[in-house]
Design a protein around this ligand. Structure first.
Ligand code: GLA
Length: 415
């Protein structure tokens, strides 16, 4: 049977990519694999601004992120999502910046960010068009990677709209090879929404991969494509079946340089209460998620700034062991998430899933995997609670968390 035209195209481009990837200088390839040793942190335009982006917004956001401490807390990747480009490529097939939104061009914007200690991120799509209908990367991968390198791009979010019957691993491998060939170290964020189980194949293709469709700013609402953070979290847990809740889900695929991405943060956006923002942020840290803020940082409350820049909470996300946490317990009232940290510490997060405040208990004695003797710190309160004991009961507001860090003491500490 005659193969559809598009498939022939895929095969020929994949073959070209394979040849080019063989001649990529080793130094470049090594740099690529050394990136994102902890989950990338930054800010992305999409969740709040969608297509209403321009160079003034990006520059103002960068300036504010310096003034409010976000940059120094680790949020260094500033990423322009969809709609940054002109509607057409130029006569040579090059991507060009949208002339009204980014009149100074992308190189100038990249320079502005680099001069201020940020890294420059950009978006495109493996298909023929981006999700918003702008020129996609299909068939232009090597050309585009060179363009991005010439602009000083450090991070590429690569989407999956208008990809027809293309094969995701092939398409993303091609872009990965193109980036390595262009010679500038670029974090590759694979955004194919978990459809082809990227955790199984993307570990050496990109640095992070989306596990689900898009997030929106609510606790557990569900529209056709967009879902609240709790729904995204549940979907991520159910991505691997059977999953007994004992660290045998997709968490086992994450580690330094390879992260499951449950999508960007909605922290501080209008559809979440403060408690829901705090719980969302805590759980993203528990599961070693990339922390890409998605709110208008120019107009956020001091409480949200403090939340996003809490060093002890960020330290859980950025823990250098790179082990993703997992859900140890789930019932109609509460969930308990656990994460092993460097040096024998553990993070434990107690979530009230009910609609009212509740007294919730953690039975330490049941959690055989934790250090037997440990001191407990309430991370959000910034308070040491003393020795672990048998159980801990706390009143927790609806959709809020208690986030604890356990440090071994006694015999376990000596090991
Ligand atoms: C897809 C992605 C989103 C965002 C939009 C832009 O829906 O999953 O994160 O990039 O496209 O159009």
């Amino acid at each position: 049977m005659k193969k559809p035209r598009r498939n022939r195209h895929v095969v020929s481009i994949a073959a070209a990519a394979a040849v080019v990837s063989c001649v990529v200088p080793l130094a470049h390839a090594q740099k690529f694999t050394e990136l994102a040793q902890t989950p990338p942190m930054g800010w992305n335009t999409w969740n709040t601004f969608a297509s209403n982006i321009n160079e003034a917004l990006i520059r103002e956001t960068a300036d504010v992120m310096i003034a409010n401490g976000m940059r120094d807390a680790g949020y260094v990747y500033i990423v322009l999502d969809d709609t940054w480009s002109a509607m057409e490529r130029d006569a040579q097939g090059n991507l060009v910046a949208h002339p009204e939104k980014f009149p100074s061009g992308m190189k100038a914007l990249g320079d502005y960010l680099h001069e201020r200690g940020f890294k420059f991120g950009i978006y495109n799509c493996a298909g023929t068009k981006t999700c918003a209908g702008y020129p996609g990367g299909w068939g232009h991968e090597f050309q585009d990677a060179r363009t991005y390198a010439s602009w000083g791009v450090d991070y590429l979010k690569y989407d999956w709209c208008f990809s027809g019957t293309a094969n995701a691993p092939d398409a993303y491998r091609r872009m990965s090879a193109a980036i390595r060939a262009a010679g500038r170290p670029v974090v590759l964020s694979i955004c194919e929404w978990g459809q082809s189980k990227p955790w199984e194949w993307a570990g050496d293709v990109g640095h992070l991969w989306r596990t689900t469709g898009d997030i929106t700013d609510c606790y557990d609402c569900q529209q056709r494509w967009e879902r609240g953070w709790k729904v995204i979290l549940d979907l991520q847990v159910s991505q691997v079946q059977p999953h007994t809740g004992q660290n045998d889900g997709i968490e086992k695929y994450a580690g330094p340089g390879r992260w499951n991405d449950p999508d960007m943060l909605e922290v501080g956006n209008a559809g979440l209460t403060f408690e829901e923002s705090r719980a969302h942020f805590s759980l993203w840290c528990m599961i070693a998620a990339p922390l890409m803020a998605g709110n208008d940082v120019r107009h956020m409350s001091p409480e949200i700034t403090a939340l996003l820049t809490n060093r002890e909470v960020i330290a859980i996300d950025q823990d250098r062991l790179g082990k993703q946490g997992w859900r140890y317990h789930a019932s109609s009232t509460k969930e308990i998430w656990v994460r092993e940290l460097d040096g024998g510490d553990w993070a434990v997060c107690l979530l009230n899933v009910g609609a009212a405040p509740a007294d919730l208990t953690i039975h330490w004695d049941h959690m055989w995997f934790l250090p037997k003797e440990a001191k407990v710190r309430d991370v959000w309160a910034g308070k040491d609670l003393g020795a672990k004991g048998h159980e801990l009961t706390r009143k927790v507001a609806s959709h809020d968390v208690v986030l604890l860090r356990l440090t071994p003491t006694g015999a376990a500490a000596a090991k």
